[in-house]
Ligand binder design. Structure first.
Ligand code: AHR
Length: 521
């Protein structure tokens, strides 16, 4: 026991020493050049790429969003005001609910009717805690209306039936006098809701039923047949797909399914070590885990590219989208917290992960029609962390906020010359970039400096437009594991950045470990 404690202490010291050294002052800046082809506009970035995911998991819903009307935490009809206000400022385009693995154990009827009469179940997948079903269909839909977002409902294939799924759709969307539509009215909702996206199961290769793609493809065909909605209100229907470097799900689904499939889901989580049994810490990590995290998150590009190749071959008309409906960092549970609740801290490293992934999704905007970070509040790479009545916005929240101008913008191709940032066996491009023309016609440029020690001096060459300066915001921090807490909520917060012509070339100075979004004018 004693030896174990000593080892932990030694590891912690090594980690802190590494964090300190990563902030070595006076390191020579690196020189980077970026060319933006404003004369060659590409695809439009679907705003849904900035989607969120909220599962019945840990404090993701209960406490994170829903506290109930009787709570001392300031709330409106049970939804906590601070979280709702913060989410409104994020212009969330779409929220996926109720899971995740929870979705394939969820029976929608448990979550309607008088709250005090709803059955209490056990959330067997996440911590074995009671699930009161207080937050059900009406509560989720009202929440979506409150924050002004579209909804992506995840249906139960694993332990549900096509009939159960069809009934849920009818309950939510029917404008007829059917018994189900009237039941919805009796429960307080006269008007039908719009369901914008419907997922046929989740991770059907694992918690969603342990299926093979061929078996699932047949089930998709069957279940999707019964997803009905009033004329003009059909949701986009999303098939459950693969994970990480897999391509066989896209291969099989695009071969075996000829209709009803608007998208195929894909999941990829970034683990610092790549090892599920020892993933790495969310804070107090060595520089080796800074670079390994970024290197592993950059693999998203390869995974999307490989799947898009198959989509292009099997769906040349481009009807089927690639929906990365779970992505983000996944660390070891924090000591003293229930491991099944997936609560983790969120640092400037997570901000870099978010930025790098957005730049990848923009690059593939033609096929990536949606992405949903896991998850919105208190779970994994969250936007918001709550602690009783208090909350903190995470560095990831700030990146989502800074990237708002990219929602609906038109991609402008970029070329970048950047030295690698390397350490040990890892080497990554030092700077990641994305450019677009926003819906108001402004040129937007996003840049992430992945190097934790060195400033990057970026020379911007714009083809097809004239600009003289850049104005925007940068998110950076002194320490690699800098993060916000309710007690210190502004350790990592965006500040102004600008660039101007130097020697006739627009020049931006990116601090080490930073994310910047600037408007070129
Ligand atoms: O986001 C947490 C879990 O990760 C989801 O429930 C599941 O789909 C995935 O394995």
């Amino acid at each position: 026991m004693k030896r174990y404690q000593l080892r932990i202490a030694a590891l912690a010291l090594t980690a802190f020493a590494a964090i300190g050294s990563a902030h070595a002052q006076g390191a020579t800046p690196v020189n980077v050049s970026v060319t933006i082809r404003a004369d060659q506009p590409g695809p439009v970035i679907n705003p849904d790429i900035y989607g969120q995911f909220a599962e019945h998991l840990g404090a993701g819903i209960y406490e994170g969003i829903w506290v109930g009307e009787k709570s001392n935490i300031p709330n409106t009809k049970g939804y906590r005001n601070d979280v709702v206000d913060a989410l409104k400022n994020l212009k969330v385009p779409v929220v996926r609910w109720p899971g995740g693995c929870f979705a394939d154990e969820y029976h929608w009827r448990d979550g309607i009717g008088p709250r005090e009469k709803r059955p209490v179940k056990v959330n067997t997948h996440w911590g074995g805690v009671p699930e009161t079903n207080e937050f059900g269909t009406h509560e989720f839909m009202a929440f979506a209306e409150l924050i002004g977002t579209k909804v992506y409902i995840s249906g139960n294939v694993g332990s549900g039936s096509p009939q159960e799924m069809a009934d849920w759709m009818e309950y939510m969307t029917s404008d007829t006098v059917s018994t189900l539509a009237n039941e919805r009215r009796k429960n307080g909702r006269e008007k039908p809701w719009d369901v914008h996206f419907f997922g046929i199961g989740n991770e059907t290769w694992g918690c969603g039923g342990n299926m093979r793609p061929e078996f699932y493809a047949d089930l998709f065909r069957q279940f999707a047949t019964y997803i009905k909605a009033p004329r003009g209100k059909r949701p986009k229907i999303i098939a459950s797909g693969g994970n990480g470097d897999e391509t066989k799900w896209v291969e099989v689904l695009t071969t075996m399914v000829e209709r009803d499939m608007d998208g195929i889901s894909h999941h990829y989580y970034t683990l610092p070590t790549g090892d599920w049994s020892k993933k790495g810490n969310s804070i107090a990590f060595p520089e080796e885990e800074w670079i390994s995290t970024l290197s592993r998150t950059l693999r998203m590009d390869e995974f999307v590219t490989n799947n898009v190749k198959i989509l292009d071959a099997n769906d040349p008309k481009g009807k089927v989208g690639f929906y990365v409906d779970e992505w983000g960092t996944w660390y070891d549970p924090e000591p003293g917290r229930e491991p099944g609740f997936l609560y983790q801290q969120n640092t400037i490293r997570d901000a870099l992960v978010a930025s790098v992934n957005f730049n990848i999704f923009h690059k593939h905007a033609r096929r990536v029609h949606m992405s949903n970070i896991a998850q919105m509040v208190n779970v994994l790479q969250a936007m918001i962390l709550t602690d009783g009545p208090k909350m903190a916005l995470t560095p990831t929240y700030h990146v989502f906020q800074m990237y708002i101008p990219f929602q609906g913008a038109t991609v402008l191709p970029t070329e970048i010359t950047t030295p690698d940032y390397s350490l040990g066996k890892f080497a990554v491009p030092g700077v990641s970039v994305s450019a677009a023309r926003d819906t108001a016609g402004n040129l937007q440029l996003a840049l992430a400096n992945l190097d934790p020690k060195r400033e990057a001096v970026v020379k911007v060459n714009l083809q097809g437009a004239n600009v003289t300066s850049a104005q925007g915001r940068v998110l950076t921090a002194k320490q690699m594991d800098a993060h916000n807490t309710p007690a210190a909520p502004e350790v990592v917060t965006p500040v102004k950045i600008s660039g101007k012509k130097e020697g006739g070339v627009l020049t931006l100075r990116l601090p080490a470990k930073s994310v910047s979004v600037v408007r070129l004018q």
